[in-house]
Design a protein around this ligand. Structure first.
Ligand code: FE2
Length: 281
Protein backbone atom coordinates (compact mmCIF):
# COMPACT_ATOMS: atom_id res chain seq x y z
CA UNK A 1 0.00 0.00 0.00
CA UNK A 2 1.51 3.29 -1.07
CA UNK A 3 2.04 6.12 1.39
CA UNK A 4 -0.50 8.82 0.48
CA UNK A 5 2.03 11.62 0.67
CA UNK A 6 3.75 10.30 -2.45
CA UNK A 7 0.61 10.40 -4.54
CA UNK A 8 -0.08 13.39 -6.77
CA UNK A 9 -2.52 15.97 -5.43
CA UNK A 10 -5.49 17.42 -7.31
CA UNK A 11 -3.55 20.46 -8.48
CA UNK A 12 -0.90 18.25 -10.06
CA UNK A 13 -3.58 16.07 -11.65
CA UNK A 14 -5.32 19.16 -13.05
CA UNK A 15 -1.97 20.33 -14.38
CA UNK A 16 -1.54 16.98 -16.14
CA UNK A 17 -5.07 17.21 -17.58
CA UNK A 18 -4.51 20.78 -18.77
CA UNK A 19 -0.97 20.50 -20.14
CA UNK A 20 -0.55 16.78 -20.83
CA UNK A 21 2.63 16.39 -18.79
CA UNK A 22 4.30 16.79 -15.44
CA UNK A 23 7.98 17.49 -14.87
CA UNK A 24 10.04 16.42 -11.85
CA UNK A 25 13.58 17.71 -11.55
CA UNK A 26 16.25 16.14 -9.31
CA UNK A 27 14.01 13.17 -8.64
CA UNK A 28 16.30 10.19 -9.23
CA UNK A 29 19.44 10.09 -7.03
CA UNK A 30 22.83 10.10 -8.66
CA UNK A 31 23.85 6.56 -7.69
CA UNK A 32 20.86 5.22 -9.62
CA UNK A 33 21.55 7.56 -12.58
CA UNK A 34 25.12 6.30 -12.79
CA UNK A 35 24.07 2.67 -12.45
CA UNK A 36 21.52 3.15 -15.24
CA UNK A 37 24.21 4.68 -17.48
CA UNK A 38 26.36 1.58 -16.90
CA UNK A 39 23.38 -0.64 -17.76
CA UNK A 40 22.86 1.33 -20.97
CA UNK A 41 26.53 0.84 -21.88
CA UNK A 42 26.23 -2.91 -21.25
CA UNK A 43 22.96 -3.18 -23.15
CA UNK A 44 21.49 -4.60 -19.95
CA UNK A 45 18.10 -2.86 -19.98
CA UNK A 46 15.52 -5.29 -21.24
CA UNK A 47 11.80 -4.76 -21.05
CA UNK A 48 9.18 -7.50 -21.13
CA UNK A 49 6.44 -8.75 -23.42
CA UNK A 50 3.73 -6.11 -23.89
CA UNK A 51 1.02 -6.53 -21.29
CA UNK A 52 3.33 -7.75 -18.49
CA UNK A 53 2.53 -6.21 -15.08
CA UNK A 54 5.16 -3.56 -14.38
CA UNK A 55 5.91 -5.10 -10.98
CA UNK A 56 7.42 -8.10 -12.79
CA UNK A 57 9.68 -6.05 -15.07
CA UNK A 58 13.36 -5.09 -14.76
CA UNK A 59 14.07 -7.30 -11.72
CA UNK A 60 17.50 -6.73 -10.22
CA UNK A 61 18.34 -3.67 -12.32
CA UNK A 62 18.91 0.01 -11.62
CA UNK A 63 15.81 0.76 -13.73
CA UNK A 64 13.85 -1.26 -11.15
CA UNK A 65 15.40 0.84 -8.37
CA UNK A 66 14.34 3.98 -10.24
CA UNK A 67 10.79 2.65 -10.65
CA UNK A 68 10.64 1.65 -6.99
CA UNK A 69 11.38 5.17 -5.75
CA UNK A 70 8.30 6.18 -3.76
CA UNK A 71 7.86 9.37 -5.83
CA UNK A 72 7.86 7.36 -9.07
CA UNK A 73 5.50 4.77 -7.60
CA UNK A 74 3.28 7.66 -6.48
CA UNK A 75 3.00 9.30 -9.86
CA UNK A 76 2.45 5.95 -11.60
CA UNK A 77 -0.24 5.00 -9.08
CA UNK A 78 -1.94 8.40 -9.43
CA UNK A 79 -2.13 8.32 -13.23
CA UNK A 80 -2.48 4.66 -14.28
CA UNK A 81 -2.92 2.71 -11.05
CA UNK A 82 -0.71 0.73 -8.71
CA UNK A 83 0.51 -1.97 -11.09
CA UNK A 84 0.02 -0.88 -14.71
CA UNK A 85 1.01 -2.94 -17.72
CA UNK A 86 4.32 -2.63 -19.50
CA UNK A 87 3.67 -1.56 -23.10
CA UNK A 88 7.15 -0.92 -24.48
CA UNK A 89 10.35 0.84 -23.61
CA UNK A 90 13.25 2.34 -25.52
CA UNK A 91 16.64 3.85 -24.95
CA UNK A 92 16.41 6.87 -27.21
CA UNK A 93 19.80 7.95 -28.50
CA UNK A 94 20.81 11.18 -30.19
CA UNK A 95 24.20 10.83 -31.79
CA UNK A 96 26.86 13.59 -31.42
CA UNK A 97 26.81 16.47 -33.91
CA UNK A 98 23.70 15.10 -35.48
CA UNK A 99 22.72 16.91 -38.66
CA UNK A 100 19.04 17.35 -37.86
CA UNK A 101 16.37 17.12 -35.21
CA UNK A 102 13.51 14.65 -35.11
CA UNK A 103 10.28 16.05 -36.53
CA UNK A 104 7.45 17.03 -34.20
CA UNK A 105 5.03 14.11 -33.81
CA UNK A 106 2.53 12.34 -31.60
CA UNK A 107 3.01 8.66 -30.89
CA UNK A 108 -0.52 7.34 -31.03
CA UNK A 109 -3.06 8.42 -33.60
CA UNK A 110 -4.78 5.03 -33.27
CA UNK A 111 -5.55 5.71 -29.63
CA UNK A 112 -8.51 8.04 -29.12
CA UNK A 113 -9.70 6.73 -25.76
CA UNK A 114 -10.45 9.00 -22.83
CA UNK A 115 -8.50 6.39 -20.88
CA UNK A 116 -4.87 7.24 -21.40
CA UNK A 117 -1.45 5.65 -21.28
CA UNK A 118 1.51 7.47 -19.84
CA UNK A 119 5.01 7.72 -21.15
CA UNK A 120 7.73 8.16 -18.57
CA UNK A 121 10.84 9.87 -19.89
CA UNK A 122 13.84 9.58 -17.63
CA UNK A 123 17.04 11.55 -18.19
CA UNK A 124 19.94 9.73 -16.46
CA UNK A 125 22.58 12.34 -17.35
CA UNK A 126 22.69 16.14 -17.58
CA UNK A 127 21.08 17.55 -20.71
CA UNK A 128 22.35 21.07 -21.46
CA UNK A 129 20.58 23.14 -24.12
CA UNK A 130 23.18 22.37 -26.79
CA UNK A 131 22.61 18.65 -26.26
CA UNK A 132 19.05 19.05 -27.44
CA UNK A 133 16.72 17.34 -24.99
CA UNK A 134 13.18 16.24 -25.71
CA UNK A 135 10.95 19.04 -26.94
CA UNK A 136 7.24 19.03 -26.17
CA UNK A 137 4.24 21.24 -26.78
CA UNK A 138 2.23 21.69 -23.58
CA UNK A 139 -1.51 21.20 -23.99
CA UNK A 140 -1.27 19.46 -27.38
CA UNK A 141 -2.45 16.04 -26.13
CA UNK A 142 -6.08 16.56 -27.19
CA UNK A 143 -5.08 17.38 -30.78
CA UNK A 144 -4.86 13.83 -32.06
CA UNK A 145 -2.66 14.01 -35.11
CA UNK A 146 -1.34 11.29 -37.34
CA UNK A 147 2.17 10.71 -36.05
CA UNK A 148 4.52 13.00 -38.01
CA UNK A 149 1.83 14.97 -39.86
CA UNK A 150 2.86 17.95 -37.72
CA UNK A 151 6.57 17.54 -38.46
CA UNK A 152 6.55 20.60 -40.68
CA UNK A 153 5.73 22.79 -37.68
CA UNK A 154 8.83 24.45 -36.28
CA UNK A 155 9.12 26.40 -33.06
CA UNK A 156 5.53 26.36 -31.86
CA UNK A 157 4.70 29.11 -29.39
CA UNK A 158 4.97 27.79 -25.85
CA UNK A 159 7.07 24.73 -26.66
CA UNK A 160 9.37 23.45 -23.93
CA UNK A 161 12.86 22.12 -24.53
CA UNK A 162 13.88 19.67 -21.84
CA UNK A 163 17.07 21.09 -20.40
CA UNK A 164 17.76 19.33 -17.14
CA UNK A 165 20.16 17.84 -14.66
CA UNK A 166 20.62 14.08 -14.36
CA UNK A 167 17.71 12.44 -12.59
CA UNK A 168 14.89 14.46 -14.14
CA UNK A 169 11.67 12.72 -15.11
CA UNK A 170 8.86 13.73 -17.43
CA UNK A 171 5.54 11.95 -17.43
CA UNK A 172 3.46 12.49 -20.56
CA UNK A 173 -0.06 11.82 -21.75
CA UNK A 174 0.26 9.54 -24.79
CA UNK A 175 -1.20 12.15 -27.15
CA UNK A 176 1.30 14.96 -26.57
CA UNK A 177 3.28 16.38 -29.46
CA UNK A 178 7.02 15.98 -28.96
CA UNK A 179 10.35 15.32 -30.66
CA UNK A 180 14.02 14.74 -29.94
CA UNK A 181 16.04 17.91 -30.50
CA UNK A 182 19.33 18.05 -32.34
CA UNK A 183 22.41 17.09 -30.30
CA UNK A 184 25.16 19.60 -31.09
CA UNK A 185 27.69 18.28 -28.59
CA UNK A 186 30.33 15.62 -29.17
CA UNK A 187 28.69 13.26 -26.65
CA UNK A 188 25.82 10.84 -27.17
CA UNK A 189 22.56 11.73 -25.48
CA UNK A 190 20.36 9.08 -23.88
CA UNK A 191 16.81 9.12 -22.65
CA UNK A 192 14.93 6.14 -21.26
CA UNK A 193 11.27 5.98 -22.29
CA UNK A 194 8.67 3.66 -20.81
CA UNK A 195 5.05 3.44 -21.91
CA UNK A 196 2.51 2.10 -19.42
CA UNK A 197 -1.13 1.05 -19.86
CA UNK A 198 -3.61 1.36 -16.97
CA UNK A 199 -4.87 -1.94 -15.57
CA UNK A 200 -7.63 -0.33 -13.50
CA UNK A 201 -10.26 2.31 -14.18
CA UNK A 202 -8.56 5.71 -13.90
CA UNK A 203 -10.91 7.04 -11.24
CA UNK A 204 -9.64 9.10 -8.27
CA UNK A 205 -6.36 7.23 -8.08
CA UNK A 206 -4.43 10.21 -6.68
CA UNK A 207 -4.62 11.81 -3.23
CA UNK A 208 -8.08 13.36 -3.47
CA UNK A 209 -8.14 14.85 0.04
CA UNK A 210 -7.97 18.35 -1.42
CA UNK A 211 -10.66 17.59 -4.03
CA UNK A 212 -13.40 17.65 -1.45
CA UNK A 213 -12.07 20.84 0.04
CA UNK A 214 -13.36 22.75 -2.96
CA UNK A 215 -10.69 22.34 -5.59
CA UNK A 216 -12.96 20.20 -7.73
CA UNK A 217 -16.26 21.69 -6.67
CA UNK A 218 -19.39 21.12 -8.73
CA UNK A 219 -20.50 23.86 -11.05
CA UNK A 220 -23.15 25.40 -8.83
CA UNK A 221 -20.50 26.72 -6.49
CA UNK A 222 -17.50 26.92 -8.78
CA UNK A 223 -17.96 30.63 -9.42
CA UNK A 224 -16.26 31.40 -6.15
CA UNK A 225 -13.47 28.92 -6.64
CA UNK A 226 -11.47 30.51 -9.39
CA UNK A 227 -8.71 31.30 -6.97
CA UNK A 228 -5.13 30.73 -8.06
CA UNK A 229 -4.18 27.08 -8.02
CA UNK A 230 -7.72 25.72 -7.98
CA UNK A 231 -8.73 23.09 -10.52
CA UNK A 232 -10.96 25.72 -12.14
CA UNK A 233 -8.02 28.06 -12.47
CA UNK A 234 -5.59 25.42 -13.77
CA UNK A 235 -8.05 24.08 -16.36
CA UNK A 236 -8.74 27.63 -17.59
CA UNK A 237 -5.12 28.56 -18.27
CA UNK A 238 -4.18 29.26 -21.86
CA UNK A 239 -1.12 27.99 -23.67
CA UNK A 240 0.65 30.53 -25.92
CA UNK A 241 -0.33 28.60 -29.08
CA UNK A 242 -4.07 28.69 -28.34
CA UNK A 243 -6.24 30.60 -30.77
CA UNK A 244 -6.91 34.23 -29.93
CA UNK A 245 -10.49 33.76 -28.76
CA UNK A 246 -10.00 31.49 -25.78
CA UNK A 247 -8.70 28.00 -26.36
CA UNK A 248 -12.26 26.80 -25.88
CA UNK A 249 -11.71 23.46 -27.63
CA UNK A 250 -8.87 22.62 -25.25
CA UNK A 251 -10.88 23.71 -22.20
CA UNK A 252 -13.88 21.57 -23.18
CA UNK A 253 -11.60 18.57 -23.67
CA UNK A 254 -9.96 19.22 -20.30
CA UNK A 255 -13.39 19.28 -18.61
CA UNK A 256 -14.31 15.95 -20.21
CA UNK A 257 -11.09 14.36 -18.98
CA UNK A 258 -11.51 15.83 -15.49
CA UNK A 259 -15.06 14.46 -15.31
CA UNK A 260 -13.74 11.05 -16.39
CA UNK A 261 -11.04 11.09 -13.71
CA UNK A 262 -13.24 12.33 -10.87
CA UNK A 263 -16.53 10.63 -11.80
CA UNK A 264 -18.21 14.01 -11.31
CA UNK A 265 -20.42 14.50 -14.36
CA UNK A 266 -21.56 17.92 -13.16
CA UNK A 267 -18.08 19.40 -13.15
CA UNK A 268 -17.61 22.38 -15.41
CA UNK A 269 -15.34 25.36 -15.98
CA UNK A 270 -17.30 28.53 -16.57
CA UNK A 271 -20.28 26.74 -18.12
CA UNK A 272 -18.26 25.69 -21.17
CA UNK A 273 -19.47 22.09 -21.32
CA UNK A 274 -22.89 22.57 -19.68
CA UNK A 275 -23.76 24.94 -22.52
CA UNK A 276 -23.11 22.21 -25.08
CA UNK A 277 -25.19 19.75 -23.10
CA UNK A 278 -28.27 21.99 -23.07
CA UNK A 279 -30.59 20.19 -25.48
CA UNK A 280 -34.18 20.92 -24.44
CA UNK A 281 -36.60 18.34 -25.85
FE1 FE2 B 1 7.86 9.87 -29.98
Amino acid sequence: MIDKRYLLDSSQMAEFVARGFLRFDDLVPDDINQAVMREIDRGAINGAPAGTPLSLCYQGTAIRRMLDLPQIQGLIHSLVGEDPLFDHDAIHVREPKQGKAQGLHADSIIDCRTHFDIQIMYFPHDVPLEMGGTLLLPGSHFRRVNEADVAAYQNMRGQIAMVCKAGAVLVLHHGIWHCGRQNQTDRRRYMFKLRLNPAVRQLRLWNTDDLDEGYGAPKEIHAGLDRDGSVQDILSRREPWFEEASGRLEIVNRIKLWRFLTGDDSFDVHYWLSRLENMPA
